[in-house]
Write a protein that binds this ligand. Structure first.
Ligand SMILES: Nc1nc2c(ncn2[C@@H]2O[C@H](COP(=O)(O)OP(=O)(O)OP(=O)(O)O)[C@@H](O)[C@H]2O)c(=O)[nH]1
Length: 362
């Protein structure tokens, strides 16, 4: 490389303008590498550069507005290897504004370059820096090799450094693509979570009676099957109440459909207020309700049913009392949900037949 003329140092104003150029700085920050820790994928490249060129020190610099950040250093030794950033004018600044590789055999012999602080402070004499250029033409920093004695860089040395600078840029692009993919992935996860939440809400809606907010018939059927499965394991008692509002047609006829709706909502509240948290209250028909009472025998079920009947009768929502009839049935050995439901319903029918506003146990 001795036949190359010594490079002309760029003037300070040009370097300063390039250092603080907003597009270039944005590109540097976009790498996401500033202040990041050392990584093998970059260290491998600086190590290789030293091995092949024989330069004792190699490094990858990223030029922020007011400091050089070293993403990877090789051969600097302690404590220099922990010095991951430099301030003041550096060779990399000249490399940034040089059109191609900046190759200096002996900085101490060259005007301006000899005044670069690291010449005096660290004893740097030879420098070869390959600008790290984005596809848009922004220079992020340099891939550099340094020697502490004058060095005649061979063409092969420079070719290798140029190749490794390309590899560094590929690594930077790859990291960027990975980050973008991670962001996309995160967005996808969030979308899936939203859809899941919506599905959950929809499912809940499909199982809820819109008028009273209680479980609807479908949810009731599922709950009864589930509770029966529990009973099969635990052998605990379980009872079912079927409730029907007495003469509800008259309520609608006398006070209007809206008043009828209001009564249904109020009954739902009263029934819910009469049970434990594990009990399940559902609206299973127009003016029909059902209550599943886990861990409750016939006597317990009768007590709950009476409590509900009295609470509704005493409510006084309308100028005439509202009453309910209740059929109660307790699960028999190996009985199906269907059979239990039919027996409770038959008991309800008996309560209606025998005068209403009463509880009949199957
Ligand atoms: N307001 C209102 N009325 C309803 C709703 N669903 C059913 N109904 C009414 O409830 C009434 C039920 O009447 P019937 O089945 O004859 O029974 P009932 O009048 O309560 O008489 P018994 O059950 O024999 O005491 C009908 O008039 C239905 O229109 C509802 O969501 N809102």
């Amino acid at each position: 490389m001795t036949e190359l003329p010594p490079p002309l140092p760029a003037d300070d104003a040009r370097i300063q303008a390039a250092l603080t150029d907003t597009l270039r700085l944005a590109a540097v920050r976009e790498t996401g590498l500033l202040d990041s820790i050392a990584e093998e994928s970059f260290d491998r490249l600086t190590r290789l550069a030293s091995t092949i060129t024989g330069a004792p020190v190699t490094f990858i610099s990223l030029l922020d507005a007011h400091r050089d950040f070293y993403k990877s250093t090789f051969g600097m030794g302690e404590p220099l290897s922990t010095l991951r950033q430099l301030t003041g004018r550096t060779f990399c600044h000249y490399s940034m504004v040089s059109d191609g590789p900046l190759v200096l055999e002996d900085a101490t012999q060259l005007p301006v370059f000899r005044d670069v602080p690291t010449v005096a402070s660290l004893g740097v004499r030879a420098y070869a820096g390959i600008p790290l250029k984005t596809e848009a033409g922004e220079v992020l920093g340099s891939f550099c090799a340094v020697d502490f004695k004058a060095k005649q860089w061979t063409e092969k040395d420079i070719e290798i450094l140029v190749e490794l600078a390309h590899s560094t840029m590929r690594e930077i692009r790859l990291r960027r693509a990975l980050r973008d993919a991670e962001v996309l992935n995160q967005q996808l996860v969030e979308q899936i979570q939203k859809v899941d939440a919506l599905n959950l809400a929809l499912n809940e809606l499909a199982r809820t009676d819109p008028l009273t907010g209680l479980r609807n018939r479908r949810a009731f059927d599922d709950s009864l099957e589930l509770e029966l499965a529990v009973v099969e394991r635990t052998q605990s008692p379980l009872s079912l109440l079927m409730l029907d509002v007495d003469h509800f047609k008259q309520i609608n006829d006398n006070f209007g459909h809206e008043a009828g709706d209001k009564v249904l909502r109020s009954i739902a509240q009263v029934l819910s207020g009469c049970v434990r948290i594990i009990d399940i209250v559902a609206r299973v028909g127009g003016e029909e309700f059902a209550v599943i009472l886990p861990h409750t025998d016939a006597q317990g079920a009768h007590e709950v049913a009476q409590r509900m009947r009295v609470a509704v009768a005493q409510a006084g929502w309308l100028s005439q009392p509202t009453t309910i009839s209740i059929g109660a049935a307790s699960l028999r050995d190996a009985e199906s949900a269907c059979s239990l439901f039919a027996r409770a319903d038959a008991a309800l029918y008996a309560a209606k037949k025998s005068g209403r506003n009463r509880v009949v146990t199957a």
